[in-house]
Design a protein around this ligand. Structure first.
Ligand code: AMP
Ligand code: MG
Length: 393
């Protein structure tokens, strides 16, 4: 059995980013940038008005001053107007500043009198002018390789005139749920059978990290069916097998993978829940065997599969972990075991409280939780202490 950290390091060493691709901005949300990108335009691109009002020469503008309106400068064209002291040009938000003007007076701050205006305020140079390049300079870095592309990143790229962006490769995933007892939801079950719930869990978590699920199958615990299912599954970048990785006679995933020539790099990790976790490689396919108990599947997916899939998508190291927050624990907690314990609970209003039972089959408690608290072996937490949580929702 190896430590959780060793397991993650080993997995990430074995995983390489897939070739990058160019996609429309509309397909890039939550993907990872495939390159460093710098601004090719200053922002704003030209001095322009921040208000609807009048462009003026500030030095000649005191309260009570009368100015002649010599023209109108709308947004979208540059009319080449020239403004002198004692003159004003009607101007609108986003319109280029006329030559000679160095300030804008809001239309609320003047009185209009025919083709003249009277100022109701003093004016300073720079008032309501958005200077060329004040937000962003040409050549300034706007996106780093491996950074997650967010909605506002896309807006920034569009404002720079980009319609496409280079992002990490698409990760194709196959899921196999093993177990003779499993029945598809929506059908009838007999005594002793259970509804299969890990594949929808895994598909949803994969969707959240932008991986593409190409194949989902259920497979009984027999060697022939499993061999065929595994052969189909290892054609993808990632194969996730749920169940069948433990030590019982029906846990045949490991031996069947070996019989297909797969290399098993990891089996059994000091993590609770999730000890029988398996990682291997079959050709270029990264194979993850997750213990079938729903909470074990959940925890091992988030701790091992998710970072691997994100790395394949070119995510930087800083993007691989779940978002962390600090909270005040509402309870005493202690881990007297030898494995790192991922406690499920709720983070709310800055506090952390466990919910439901903490066994690996307890799917109701999991469904009420939104955060994981990692307790290292031997670690204790006192009620009221600050703890670091991993947010998964
Ligand atoms: P296993 O890892 O195959 O030994 O399974 C451990 C426990 O998880 C057993 O109680 C299984 O019935 C349950 N289990 C395995 N696979 C699934 C699944 N896909 N959905 C729900 N429960 C499962
Ligand atoms: Mg099983």
């Amino acid at each position: 059995m190896i430590s959780e950290e060793e397991a993650r390091t080993k997995i990430l060493e074995a995983i390489q980013p897939l070739p990058e691709r160019t996609v429309s901005l509309f397909r890039a949300l939550d993907c990872f940038s495939g390159q460093d990108l710098v601004a090719r335009l200053p922002m704003p691109g030209f001095d322009n008005s921040a208000m609807d009002g009048y462009a003026v020469v500030a030095s000649s503008c005191r309260r009570g001053e009368r100015l002649r309106v010599i023209g109108e400068q709308p947004a979208g064209v540059d009319r080449g107007i020239r403004v002198s002291p004692s003159e004003a040009a009607r101007i609108f938000t986003g319109a280029p500043m006329p030559v000679g003007a160095d300030a804008v007076v809001m239309q609320e701050d003047i009185s209009r009198d025919g083709d003249e205006i009277v100022l109701n305020v003093d004016v300073d140079a720079g008032d309501f002018v958005r200077r060329r390049g004040c937000d962003l300079s040409e050549g300034q870095k706007i996106l780093s390789k491996g950074e997650r592309v967010r909605a506002a990143t896309l807006a920034l790229l569009a404002s720079q005139g980009f319609s496409e962006v280079i992002i990490g490769g698409e990760v194709d995933v196959a899921i196999i749920s093993t177990g003779d007892e499993l029945v598809k939801p929506g059908t009838r079950i007999k005594q002793g059978q259970i509804y299969e719930s890990n594949s929808v869990l895994l598909q949803s978590l994969l969707q959240r990290c932008n991986a593409t699920v190409r194949s989902v199958e259920n497979c009984p615990d027999d060697q022939r069916s499993l061999t065929e299912a595994l052969k189909r599954g290892i054609r993808y970048h990632v194969l996730i097998i749920s169940g069948g990785v433990s030590v019982g006679e029906h846990d045949i995933v490991k031996s069947t993978l070996l019989s297909l020539g797969a290399k098993i790099d990891i089996w059994r990790v000091a993590i609770k829940p999730g000890k029988p976790f398996l990682f291997g490689q079959a050709g270029s396919c990264a194979v993850f065997g997750l213990p079938g108990n729903p909470v074990s599947t959940f925890v091992t997916f988030l701790q091992f599969v998710r970072p691997a899939a994100l790395k394949m998508m070119s995510a930087s190291d800083g993007e691989l972990a779940l978002t962390k927050v600090t909270a005040e624990s509402e309870i005493d907690l202690h881990n007297d075991g030898e494995r790192a314990h991922y406690v499920r609970g709720r983070f709310e209003n800055g506090k952390f409280l466990t919910v439901g039972r903490q066994e690996s089959h307890a799917i109701f408690g999991l469904s009420q939780s939104n955060a994981l608290l990692r307790l290292a072996p031997g670690e204790s937490v006192k009620k009221g202490a600050a703890v670091e949580l991993q947010l998964w929702d």
